[in-house]
Write a protein that binds this ligand. Structure first.
Ligand SMILES: O=C(O)c1cc(=O)[nH]c(=O)n1[C@@H]1O[C@H](COP(=O)(O)O)[C@@H](O)[C@H]1O
Length: 239
């Protein structure tokens, strides 16, 4: 996937209705090219909202984080494909059989490209230990990312902390999509493994996912513009 600087920022539309999401989209149109539709908005609006964004010329990242038995995930991917999203997330922790079934279900030319979510950026070592994972977040991310790659999934979601290790271990092929982005001085909120846009890009991120630092900013378009400038500066020095 060829990425222009504008393609390297996806704004997370974590809103409860089409109206509130479109209010923000209107403010960002002209600045941003990619929007992420996650569970909150998708459960409220379904494929219709994805189609609305497509009709306005935007690229859609459908973040459904599918995690179920292989047959169910494959069916969900076929249903979601009808919406016209370019990217779709599944949980790598669903395991290799689930990821293989997902790959198989996303072979149509109009299928979204799949991204395997490794370890949520809201989790730290203590949260992982609480669910019985005693590896460090970085080791667990790498394990899941390698499994995803073997299952035919060539895009991963991880935190900025692991972007560098995944880029060096997996090579230049995978699309590394990085949430947990916090421009200097912004609220951390519920995120645990975070970094600035510059650090994430320098570590090899393909695309950054930014929600609240933009959607809750006093001037979302200005904030998005300054993040895009930061991405451009950082990519100029790195890739
Ligand atoms: O798959 C994701 O996009 C995702 C994975 C992850 O590990 N962490 C994570 O925060 N996200 C999403 O990225 C966005 C981050 O939002 P902010 O924390 O508001 O910037 C949210 O929409 C999350 O659902």
């Amino acid at each position: 996937m060829e990425l222009t600087p504008k393609d390297r920022l996806a704004v997370a539309l974590d809103f409860p209705s089409a109206k509130s999401a479109l209010d923000l989209v209107d403010q960002l149109s002209g600045t941003c090219q990619w929007f992420k539709v996650g569970m909150e908005l998708y459960y409220a609006t379904g494929n219709a909202f994805v189609e609305t964004l497509r009709n306005r010329g935007f690229n859609v990242f459908l973040d459904l984080k599918l995690h179920d038995i292989p047959n169910t995930v494959a069916g969900a991917i076929r249903s979601a494909t009808q919406a016209g999203a370019s990217l779709l997330t599944i949980h790598a922790s669903g395991g290799p059989a689930m990821m293989a079934a997902a790959t198989e279900a996303a072979q149509a030319p109009d299928s979204p490209r799949l991204l395997a979510v490794t370890v949520l950026t809201s989790m730290d070592a203590a949260q992982l230990a609480a669910i019985g994972v005693t590896s460090s977040p970085a080791d667990q991310v790498l394990r899941l990312a390698k499994l995803a790659q073997k299952s035919g999934i060539n895009g991963m979601v991880c935190s900025p902390e692991e972007a560098g290790i995944l880029r060096s271990e997996l090579g230049s092929g995978p699309l590394l999509v990085i949430p947990g982005i916090r421009p200097a001085g912004s609220d951390v909120g519920d995120q645990k493994r975070i970094a600035t846009p510059t650090i994430a890009i320098e570590r090899g991120a393909s695309m950054l996912v930014v929600g609240r630092p933009i959607t809750r900013a006093a001037n979302p378009a200005e904030t998005a513009e300054s993040i895009l400038k930061e991405i451009e500066r950082a990519s100029g020095t790195d890739r």
